[in-house]
Design a protein around this ligand. Structure first.
Ligand code: NAD
Length: 480
């Protein structure tokens, strides 16, 4: 049964790319499903002086890229949208926002609930949060939830500073830090799959797992985001957040837990037992790469992309061996890999079992592959075959883990925000541990000059990424 939710959304950066490509389409889906119906309004803010009508037109235009619903339905939805021009540093503008939100709350009977969504550049997150608090935007008798987009800092120090600023204004329980991978169905289903398959769960430890591989590969290069990429690199852009959170889903204890506090504690415990890296350990366990042109010399090398320095040392590929000092996982390599201009887009987790796993009733050396993005309807492969046809009886799926829900990550995360469910958001304690780990790698790399470019566009990355596994007698399951 659908339960209608009520709230006033204030979207800082309401004219931006994220708002138009992700947030408005997701809100529209919630509108069509009745989760948002009569008791909500969206205030978009940005610097430009737009009218409500113009703002609504931009919203409808972006919806048309994704939906073929009638103009009437779209217009009905857009009637809930209002625009307020706003400069993040101007206190007066926050008072105007507060008054508009109060007026719309009366008009739509939104229950004094507020969702403050930061779809703006990260350097503004702290300022906006502080002003929301100091200018009295928060309501007394509804909820006030702050949604923060990535990136949450660029190293431990900047993340600490940002967290200090926002937590002066909002208690941790009201902060929803987005990692959109946590909104993806397959990632959300992993704990269900583990909890509902006793044989599988019995094998999820260092007695039976040889290694776990996580690959987030893209076939595209940086396209028009060279300027941003020069400040990030794949280690910050993919490993610190998405890959670590995927490991959290696959490796945390107690997958049957449903209480957000317990789930977060398990994840925090896991990340705080990341095996400490020494600078020399970084040289052994992590590989970085930057794409060159392709074999035919037709594609641009990274250093030829727009807004990229000719001698850039930013990495577009990373592979590493991450380990944990826990009873369950000690000694098991979590091989992670992410890169641009790889042969194809692929997001997958490969769990490689050893030859003793028949002790718990699983065929020796079984490989289970979880496809994070669904390909041709298959989300799980066992030894390369769709699990339903694999004939292996050790794995079964509860009804709710069937893979046809087809909810977009942002849609699912917005429902969680409206429901006060923080399970699929990242906590500060998790970020602190993962940033500390990533900083060790980054600092080591910054001391050395890499031999870039070192892999061809369309290849699996530098050879060192293969050697990283071969050294331990392993190999990547996904290989071109
Ligand atoms: P964008 O540049 O398209 O939009 C930025 C918005 O901020 C615009 O509405 C702009 O008017 C507003 N703005 C800029 N300066 C302002 C000021 N001084 N006062 C008030 N408003 C101001 O950016 P985006 O791509 O939509 O990204 C927004 C946030 O979301 C960023 O933190 C980004 O890292 C994050 N993010 C974006 C994506 C994506 O797919 N675009 C994905 C993940 C995370």
């Amino acid at each position: 049964m659908v339960t209608e939710k009520s709230a006033i959304f204030i979207i800082f950066g309401g004219s931006g790319d994220l708002a138009h490509r992700k947030l408005y389409p997701s809100l529209f889906r919630l509108y069509k499903s009745g989760i948002l119906k009569d008791h909500f309004a969206v205030i978009g803010t940005a610097r430009r002086p737009w009218s409500d009508d113009y703002f609504r037109e931009t919203v409808i235009t972006s919806l048309k890229d994704y939906f073929d619903d009638s103009e009437d339905i779209m217009k009905g939805f857009a009637k809930h949208f209002f625009y307020q021009s706003h400069d993040v540093n101007d206190s007066e503008h926050y008072i105007a926002l507060k008054n508009l939100a109060a007026k719309l709350d009366d008009q739509f009977e939104a229950g004094h609930n507020r969702v403050y969504y930061m779809a703006i550049a990260p350097r503004f997150f702290g300022t906006v949060a502080e002003h929301i608090n100091s200018e009295g935007l928060k309501t007394e008798d509804g909820y006030n939830r702050l949604v923060i987009e990535k990136p949450f800092g660029r190293d431990l120090d900047s993340a600490c500073e940002l967290n200090g600023n926002i937590s002066k204004a909002f208690p941790e329980d009201d902060i929803y830090r987005i990692d959109h991978y946590l909104g993806k169905e397959m990632i959300q289903d992993i704990p269900h799959i583990r909890a509902n398959n006793p044989k599988l769960e019995a094998a999820m430890n260092n007695k039976y797992v040889s290694n776990i591989q996580i690959t987030l590969a893209e076939s595209l290069g940086v396209e028009d985001r060279g300027g941003y990429y020069e400040t990030a690199g794949v280690l910050r852009d993919m490993v610190q957040n998405h890959i670590m959170q995927i490991i959290g889903a696959i490796a945390s204890d107690d997958p049957e837990a449903t209480d957000a506090k317990i789930i977060h504690k398990n994840k925090t415990d896991l990340f705080s037992s990341l095996k400490e890296l020494t600078p020399e350990g970084v040289d052994d366990d992590f590989v970085r790469g930057q794409y060159d042109t392709d074999q035919l010399g037709e594609e641009k090398a990274y250093r030829q992309e727009d807004n990229v320095a000719e001698d850039s040392n930013i990495e577009t590929f990373v592979a590493g061996n991450i380990q944990f000092d826990t009873e369950r996982w000690s000694g098991v390599p979590f091989y992670v890999r992410s890169g641009k201009r790889m042969p194809e887009k692929s997001s997958r987790i490969d769990i490689v079992f050893n030859d003793k796993v028949d002790e718990v009733g699983i065929k020796p050396n079984t490989v289970i592959t979880l496809l994070i993005e669904r390909v041709n309807g298959n989300s799980i492969l066992i030894n390369g075959i769709n699990y339903k046809e694999s004939g292996q009886d050790f794995i079964s799926f509860p009804e709710e883990a069937e893979f046809d829900k087809a909810r977009e990550a942002y849609e699912s995360l917005i429902i969680d925000i409206l429901s006060g469910n923080r399970v699929h958001f990242t906590l500060w304690d998790e970020l602190r541990s993962t940033w500390k780990y990533i900083d060790t790698i980054r600092n080591r790399w910054d001391e050395q000059t890499p031999d870039f470019p070192n892999y061809l566009s369309g290849s699996m990355g530098p050879d060192a990424a293969e050697i990283l596994l071969e050294r331990n007698g392993n190999s990547w399951v996904w290989d071109d």
